[in-house]
Design a protein around this ligand. Sequence first.
Ligand code: PLP
Length: 404
Amino acid sequence: MQSLTLADYEAVMTPNYGVPARIIREGQGVQVTDVDGNAYLDLAGGIAVSAMGHCHPALVDALVTQAHRVWHLSNTLANEPAIALAKALTDATFADRVFFANSGAEANEAAIKLARRAAFNESGPDKHEIICFENAFHGRTLLTVSAGGQPKYREGFGPLPGGFIHVPFNECAPFEQAISEKTCAVMVEIVQGEGGVRPICPTLLEKIRTACDRVGARLIIDEVQTGMGRTGQLFAYQHHNITPDILTSAKSLGCGFPIAAMLTNEATAQHLVLGSHGSTYGGNPMGCAVALKALELINTSEMRTHVQEVGAYLQKGLETLNDTYGLFERIRGRGLLLGCVLKPAFHGRAGELVKAALDTQMLCLVAGPNVLRLAPPLILSIADVDNALARFDKVFASFQTDPN
Ligand SMILES: *Cc1c(COP(=O)(O)O)cnc(C)c1O
């Protein structure tokens, strides 16, 4: 393995990701180490995945213990970790029932299919429209790029599944005009993650719930990025006084082991009748064993408080640095999902900040060309934040603000 290089990567991988900056060999806690032995502070968390950091001992133990028991059975048989995880997820949320999948996009596929089928059964085929939001991100399958609100992810992949209506995010009037008796579901993120770390306006969220109830549409909340403690509640909808009909989770659900879930209430679940949907790997014992332990570690009042405190401290620290450097319009987000929004003069340059951060041995993300995104492990400490802020001081100082 020693001799593998990024040139090898470039030669054999499809070009869709570009060539990554480093080859990482190991991770431990909030740090990862590359093949040359350089260590990096991880504020990217594998794109909002590694909630408990890297190789958390309790998660390694859950995985290894299960690896010695049984790896895979398929859904023709039941397994204990899947039943236990479904019980734990329903206990912790509004939901009564759970469908397991392997990725966020797949959980969203299940959610959309369920909403369509439920409306079909109750009202016939005309009630099939799904209202989604501009800049939303719901995954990369054909159905989920159709639901997503970023046209560049759909370009050249047609013909696409139809029936999706996109309205501007955080504006109430266009939404109110779009919803009708033909609406079978409204699909929304509580904080648009890929779309720029944009929290939803609470008034819009309440209007969506009310309008869904009025026209008999399901509210699907995509918590693939915001879920599992990231915003300071187990799921971000729990900050608000509303209940979804369907919720999707992935990313941090398995803390780095692939697993996803679609949660729903009893009345909706009944429409996913025998044979109507499925997944070979969905609910496999390995993923469920890890996610069960992850949920146990994350779903505590101590963790909620920790994420709120450390997130607020990081946000405040970034704001203080920004008072000096003046790069950002604002720092937004919730808990440990933060976006530093570049001022218009610096639009298109968020990638430069990620590169500069890498030079200070720190991993960050973008959320579009104008937003520096941070989604670190939830176990990040105050001392880690101080460490990160010292590096951001250098990163922001090195950012060329003079037009040349
Ligand atoms: C990442 C993401 C997805 C897609 O998840 P995959 O596991 O990559 O399929 C869907 N919705 C949201 C909000 C996401 O952030």
